[in-house]
Structures are given as C-alpha cells and as structure tokens.
Write a protein that binds this ligand. Structure first.
Ligand SMILES: [Zn+2]
Length: 450
C-alpha cells in the first residue's frame, strides 16, 4: 500500500500522472520556513503530491478547488483530547471538521475500561476510515490507583494497543507520584512506549520543579497540566513539551502564553482543549478557538498556527504525515479568508473537500457501539430525566458509551442546558441539542429508552 501510494505520488509530482484534486490560486502559510507565498497544491488520493507553480498534473478529471484570495494553512491538530466526553468521537469529528480540526490525539481510557482491548481495536479501526484522523494515547492505568490495576491493565494488553497503527503514545500518566516513587509495575508499563518508538505523554498536575526533574528522568516528555505561567516555565526548563490548555475544565490559555509572548520565544509550544464539554465546544469552538486566543494575546500568526500544526505533529514523530502543506503529507488543508480568522471557509481532509462555510460535506462513520460496549462494565444503572419534560431519558440497565457515572446532567442557568431531542437521529442513538445553539450531538447512549 505504502509503496503503491508513493509510486503514484511521485508520478503526479513529475507530471507523469494526473492529480485527483488541484488547489489553485491560494497563498500558502509555510510552517517550515515561516513564509507566506503563492503555491498550487496537487493531491493524489489522500496525500499531497506536489506544491509549486506547475500545473502539468492537471487532467480532464482533476477536480479544481479555487483558492483565489484564500490563505492555505495545514489542518489543525488537537494533541490531547478526551473524545468520549458526553459525545462519541464520531460526533465530535462531525462537529469539529468544519472548524478546521483534521487530527485528534485522543485518550483511550473510556473505551478500554468499558469495551476492553477488543472494544478499543474495533473503535480505532472504524474511526480510521473517517476523514478526521484519530491517533490514540494509550492509558497505562486507571484514573486513580486501584488494587486490581495489574489485572485491569496487563502489560500484554498495553503492548498490543501500542502496536496499533493509530497508537501514538502512552498517555496521560496521571499517576505521576507513583512514577516519581519508582514503582516498578508502573514503570514497566511506561517502558513499553519507548520500546515501540513512541512517546510518554504526562499529566503532572501540581508537581513542583524538583519533582518534575524526576518525572522527566522517567521519560515523561510532555504535559498539559500547568495552570500558571511559572508552572509552564518549570516544565519547559526540564525539557517537557508544553500543551497549553484552554478548556471547560480550566480557561488558562491567556495567562499561560504571557511569558512566551513577552520573551518572543515560542519553541515547540502546543495548544489543547483537553476534556472540554460539548457545550463549551459549541459555544467557543475547538482548536480554532485556541488559535484565535493566541492571536489575540499577541502571538505572531506563523507561531500561532505552528502551535496547532507542525509542533504537535513533530512532538509525536508524525511530521512526515501531518502538520504542514508539503508533498508526502496527508492533504489536510484549510482555506482561510484571513490569517486572523482561524475558522476556515473550506476544509480539505485526507484529500477531499469535507466542509465548506461551516457545513460538513463528508460522512463520518459511526463505530458499531453495540459490539464495542458489550461488556457488563458498560451497563449504566441510573435513570436520567429530561430537564424540560421530566421524561425519563435512560432507564436502568442501559449500555453507555460515555464516561461511567457522568451523564449529561442539566446545567445551571449560565450554561447551555442539555435536553432530549424530540426525534432520535437513528433508531439506536439519541441526539442531544444545546438549548443555546442549533448543533446536535449524538448522545453516548446506545440501546436504551426504546
Ligand atoms: Zn486530559
């Protein structure tokens, strides 16, 4: 597959074969050099074959995408997300593709805890067929310490998940005190990542400089948990790559960026929404919102776009596939009306036009949740009621695909309220609608409340 694809890409680049699509007339933000220059982009299949001035690879069947007056930037990358929070990853993808996010590095805890190894593999395979690419951060332990952890997270299962072609790292390592204490059973699981040529992604909430040294020594190479500028600097000084966070959990980004803006040094900074709720994303946006905030804080545009493209791609060792508009990479390209407006006018993902003017044009397949969440642990033993009608939404013994014990509760007055949609979008899936907006999210529930 790789060889055949490269032979074709090379032929298109030479002009010896015709491109499938050709993006004509745009200005290109080159994240490798920091330049903005005119460029035509030829696409073959799901990758970029050529960037330059020639058009001899345009044939009668080549689809022309007119980018006149637009600036081309790479598709946005979310380096640390929890795509199972109250919505399914597929529902999240449908919402954020029109906002310009074409790649998500996502946590596996929920699907592994509820669906097991088989559930993860089935979900990863189904999502790998969609236009938004999901890479996976393999959880090596539960959210908190439990006595049966060795049974629930055996080395063999983690090794196998890391071997999945869409696994990018072990993450997020919330149990950092045990890492620092040198607990052998945990370090044994972390050691699987470098053995597979992959990163160990951290979660070092509250760790001071002295402890951070030990965590970096253990192999933890990134963190999204600094909540103050000084905590961010503490981590950066220890060589830990930063994912600066703006989420419904903590809206810290403006303050975190301040010392870097003041110094005019941005290094390899990344930005993340972490575990934002659907209501927060519906209200503010996704990675596009992170870029907007960075620009508002005075980050130069080239650096702001690098933070959500080349930097995360490089951190995960995926820069040959992601993060820039260059031959050989996935054709994930956003057409912006203005560099200062990060919400795109059109989105190309995996070589196809998938969104225009905020509307999704592509199909995102929904994984077979009934098969994935077939275990007893996926049973949810509570009753939910609609905030408006009082109608029971989910009765006892439902199977759920969201986080256990965290149903979409009606929110206080300030936040959008989650209510049952009058008509389920599919027979086995209910939709949720934010009362403050028109966007619909398939709920995590499956097989309940028929
Ligand atoms: Zn997280």
């Amino acid at each position: 597959m790789w060889l055949r694809e490269r032979v074709k890409l090379t032929a298109v680049a030479r002009g010896a074969a015709k491109a499938d699509r050709y993006v004509r007339g745009g200005l290109l933000l080159n994240v490798y050099t920091g330049e903005i220059h005119p460029a035509q982009v030829a696409i073959s299949g799901e990758r970029i074959a050529y960037v330059g001035v020639r058009d001899d690879m345009v044939g009668p069947r080549t689809e022309i995408i007119d980018a006149a007056g637009r600036t081309l930037v790479p598709g946005y990358i979310e380096p640390h997300a929890h795509p199972w929070n109250l919505a399914s990853p597929a529902a999240l993808a449908r919402h954020v593709l029109p906002l310009g996010t074409t790649t998500i590095f996502g946590d596996t805890l929920t699907v592994y805890e509820l669906g097991g190894l088989g559930g993860f593999e089935t979900a990863a395979a189904a999502l790998a067929r969609g236009p938004l690419k999901f890479y996976w951060l393999i959880r090596p332990h539960g959210q908190s310490r439990t006595e049966d952890e060795a049974r629930r997270f055996p080395v063999g299962a983690i090794r196998r998940m890391l071997g999945n072609p869409w696994a990018a790292a072990i993450g997020e390592v919330t149990r950092w005190p045990d890492v620092l204490a040198g607990r052998r059973d945990l370090l044994e699981r972390l050691a699987l990542a470098p053995a597979a040529g992959k990163r160990i992604e951290g979660h070092t909430a509250g760790a001071g400089p002295e402890k951070l040294a030990g965590l970096a020594a253990a192999g933890i190479s990134s963190d999204h948990e600094p909540i103050t500028a000084s905590e961010a600097l503490d981590r950066a000084r220890q060589g830990i790559a930063l994912m600066l966070r703006q989420s419904s959990l903590r809206p810290d980004l403006r303050g975190l960026l301040a010392p870097f803006v003041k110094a005019g040094a941005f290094g390899r900074l990344m930005l993340t929404t972490d575990g934002s709720t659907p209501a927060f994303v519906a209200q503010h946006g996704f990675v596009d919102n992170l870029v907007r905030l960075a620009l508002e804080e005075g980050v130069p545009p080239v650096e702001a776009y690098r933070m959500v493209t080349l930097n995360p791609a490089s951190y995960y060792g995926k820069d040959a596939d992601l993060g820039g508009i260059a031959p050989g990479r996935y054709a994930d390209i956003l057409l912006l009306e203005d560099l200062l407006e990060p919400r795109p006018a059109a989105v190309i993902a995996r070589g196809r036009l998938v969104a225009r003017a905020g509307r999704l044009l592509a199909r995102v397949p929904e994984p077979p949740w009934r098969r994935i969440f077939a275990t007893g642990r996926a049973r949810f033993d509570r009753t939910w009621r609609s905030a408006r009608s009082g109608r029971a939404i989910c009765t006892r013994r439902c199977s759920i695909g969201g986080a256990p014990g965290s149903p979409p509760r009606p929110s206080p007055a300030s936040a959008p309220r989650w209510t049952a949609s009058p008509r389920p979008s599919r027979p086995t899936t209910r939709s949720w609608r934010s009362a403050g907006g028109a966007r619909r999210w398939p709920a995590p529930s499956i097989g309940c409340c028929a």
